[in-house]
Design a binder for this molecule. Structure first.
Ligand code: NAD
Length: 478
């Protein structure tokens, strides 16, 4: 059985309860974990609270050194961790490995920034006084993580937290706790003082909720659905906690007549079907200018048709199953709604048949055309391998339709016309715009959304600021 990590040691739930983690590819039980409750969170929060002042006072370089040492310990176990991640999440092992590497790269980025945190000297109107701005760690932080990228999205939270001098409690999604608990244990083995980094497993409505409500937690970094995010903001707001919310998206991709077609097709196929379509920044709606619409659709249907889902443990498989039965049903109902309203499925959208698929949540990659703009597939977040493509008559129409979503996470423009690219980048309502590029998050660049896609940024030096409180100090020199 996997165990939580609280106050510097492995821990079971106070209640003694556990639950099973199930493999989405086979339906088999992978392992079990403690079913934590409020009391377990309180233990973790108390120990993080106790550890806070010592960790905040630790020299930045020493903090960075411990983070880097922990990264090495995780790296040494990356092959086993990748298999664990595949078994609990479903993605191919190669993707799991890339995910964990991304997690560690991001943490190393913040370890590097720890000693670069700067305040400032401020001249004041009265020359006998001056001001200073100190940057101090916010305090105990809750890191609430979803199931689609369990390790990377933990790293984007604990990396800056630890570098800034904050202590943390990680709450993984209930269905993907296994790689997370082991990584937290390994990071602790590097010599983090006890209580600095903890992990509590269990249901979001219990474990996550207690993190939101516990007054000793001063900051919540949340990634998940927009609906849950709004609840997080409401509860955390009542206690004046700092929050960053990385929420859902429905990223548009605009393909112009002058686009490099091979690149655009790869951008759409990889952008939509990576992680079986279960990515916040996945390409979720494509707007193609009419002159290249037929060529684009034909190319994309070919690519989708060649991508067969399978068990991620098979090294030849490039797309795993969907994470849960409920997720698959949701995407199927979004496709059905599009078809009921005049849309056509050109390829995919079916459950593959055969013994190897029967116990997993497999769905073949689907391309949908002619769906009305108010159908569910165009207005909701589609968190799976189904992509609607829309024909537009000009660039302005593409921008207008791209912006018609409640979401505003990412967007891409595929064109060789720099003027158009710049105009699009300025006008698209999104936190991130890519030009002729896959929708990818970089550790070096701020990432986050506008509108229902959230508030605040993860990644980049910008994210570190969210773990620091600027304190104005005025000094009179007499
Ligand atoms: P979710 O909102 O169901 O769960 C996210 C986390 O919140 C889980 O750990 C869950 O246990 C916890 N939680 C649930 N109820 C809670 C409560 N009442 N209080 C506190 N915590 C609670 O989301 P999900 O289904 O795990 O993730 C998929 C969603 O995440 C998609 O919408 C996706 O777009 C979004 N996402 C966004 C980003 C981004 O950077 N913007 C990245 C990845 C995923």
């Amino acid at each position: 059985m996997a165990r939580m990590f609280i106050g510097g040691e492995l821990a079971d739930a106070v209640s003694g309860e556990t639950y099973d983690v199930v493999n989405p590819a086979t339906g088999e039980v992978v392992d079990s974990v403690p079913k934590g409750n409020e009391e377990d969170v309180q233990r973790a929060v108390d120990s993080a609270h106790e550890a806070f002042s010592g960790w905040a006072d630790t020299a930045a370089e020493a903090r960075a050194h411990l983070i880097l040492k922990g990264i090495d310990l995780v790296m040494a176990e990356i092959d086993d961790l990748s298999v664990t991640l595949t078994k609990e999440q479903g993605k191919p092992v190669s993707e799991s490995k890339r995910e964990i590497e991304h997690c560690l790269h991001g943490m190393a980025f913040y370890a590097g920034l720890a000693s670069k945190i700067r305040g400032s000297y401020v001249p004041l109107p009265n020359n006998a006084m001056y001001g200073m701005v100190m940057k101090q760690p916010v305090g105990v932080c809750g890191a609430i993580v979803p199931w689609n990228f369990p390790t990377t999205l933990m790293g984007t939270k604990i990396g800056p937290a630890l570098a800034a001098g904050c202590t943390s409690i990680v709450k993984p999604a209930s269905t993907t706790p296994l790689a997370t608990v082991r990584i937290v244990e390994l990071l602790n083995q590097a010599g983090l003082p006890k209580g600095v980094l903890n992990v509590v497993t269990g249901p979001g409505s219990v474990v996550g909720e207690e993190l939101l409500r516990n007054p000793k937690v001063r900051r919540i970094a949340f990634t998940g659905e927009s609906g849950t995010g709004k609840h997080v903001m409401e509860v955390a707001g009542g206690l004046m906690k700092r929050v960053t919310l990385e929420l859902g998206g429905s990223d548009p991709m605009i393909v112009c007549e002058d686009a490099f077609m091979k690149g655009a097709l790869t951008g759409a196929a990889v952008g939509r079907f990576y992680n079986c379509g279960q990515a916040c920044l996945a390409v979720k709606r494509v707007f193609v200018l009419e002159g290249v619409y037929d060529e684009f659709v034909e190319g994309l249907v070919g690519k989708a048709g060649r991508l067969a889902p399978g068990n991620g443990m098979n090294p030849k498989v490039r797309m795993g199953p969907m994470h849960t039965a409920a997720q698959r049903e949701e995407v199927e109902s979004q496709i059905k709604d599009a078809v009921d309203r005049g849309g056509k499925v050109l390829v995919g959208g079916t459950r593959p048949e055969g013994e190897e698929y029967d116990k997993g949540h497999y769905l073949t990659p689907a391309i949908i055309v002619d769906a009305p703009m108010d159908s569910r597939i165009a207005t909701e977040e589609v968190f799976g391998p189904a992509l609607p493509v829309f024909k537009v008559s000009n660039f302005d129409e593409a921008i207008e339709k791209a912006n018609s979503s409640i979401y505003g996470l990412g967007a891409s423009i595929w064109t060789n016309d720099l003027t158009r690219a710049r105009r699009g980048a300025e006008r698209l309502q999104a936190g991130n715009v890519w030009v002729n590029s896959l929708h990818i998050g970089y550790d070096e660049m701020p990432f986050g959304g506008v509108k229902d896609s959230g508030i605040g940024r993860e990644h980049g030096p910008e994210a570190l600021e969210a773990y620091l409180e600027p304190k104005g100090v005025v000094i009179a020199t007499g």
